[in-house]
Write a protein that binds this ligand. Sequence first.
Ligand code: TUI
Length: 318
Amino acid sequence: MIETALTRLLGIRYPIIQGGMAWMADAALAAAVSNGGGLGLIGTGSMDAERARAEIRRARELTDKPFGVNIMLMNPHAQAIADVCAEEKVAAVTTGAGSPGKYIPALKAAGVRVIPVVPTVNLAKRVVSQGADAVIVEGSEAGGHIGESTTMPLVPQVADAVDVPVIAAGGIADGRGLVAALALGAAGVQMGTAFICAAETNIHSAYKDLVLKASDSDTVVTGRGSGHPVRCLKNRFTKKLLGMEKRDASPEEFEELTLGSYGKALRDGNMEEGTFMAGQSAGLVKEILPAAVILENTAAQAEDLLKNFTAKRGITIV
Ligand code: TUI
């Protein structure tokens, strides 16, 4: 068993948090991850406050383990959802796509652990000074909305700069990634892409098939020009978007095209017009497994590797 500052902070079995994937991470997935020993999250990026409350209550019926809520800060309902999280006293809130300072005091007063996703050392320092209990350091290998820096150099720099547990995210989908994260100074990992293919994730099967078939070079970042970089699986739609970026298409043109493209991927498996967000670790995801098995396999591989590291890697320390 790998116990870290993260397992102790949240009272969970494995040092693994599920990504807060908007449109995808509902009560069923969150409860499956929490029942499996990780921290499950309800991704509220596409919800309003009452829908978020309903999902929280549904998750409570499905698990008696701690679970959390991800608040996507570009969601116009972010404040109301934060209020609901405080009222419902969820175990933890993670935030993404913005700076969560104004939400931290009320959440902490309600006993909610606040764990912002940060893409830079500066934002990590700022949120810790504002009271964050831990930070998720997300490199640009991750799927969805991303920052600039990659996981490998970013995690140790944040670990050196803050005195709260650091959770590494971006490019991690197995026990080797977990061990690497621990070596970089993290107390655990967040995995999103690995859970796209959890049996409990309720999306169109074509989405899961795309992830299962993906190789190392099958993701691409769109929107770098517009300041909203999003990593997703390559398809005809991303080709079209990148073409529009080359000819400097207007923001309105982009909005018209991208609006609804997430639903088209998740609900309809529409390869022509869908945005299939996924990280570079898609190439590591090979089968559909229950969330509990994904967690168990990751932790077991990490534990074995940590115990027998030098022998397994053919390293002799002379
Ligand atoms: O939030 C994510 N990943 C997401 S959110 C999302 S929903 C969406 N869909 C389409 C377009 C945009 C969003 C899909 N994937 N990850 C966490 C994350 N947060 N990555 C980067 C950041 C971030 C960026 C800037 C966090 C803070 C930040 O702060 C800027 C500031 O205010 O200082």
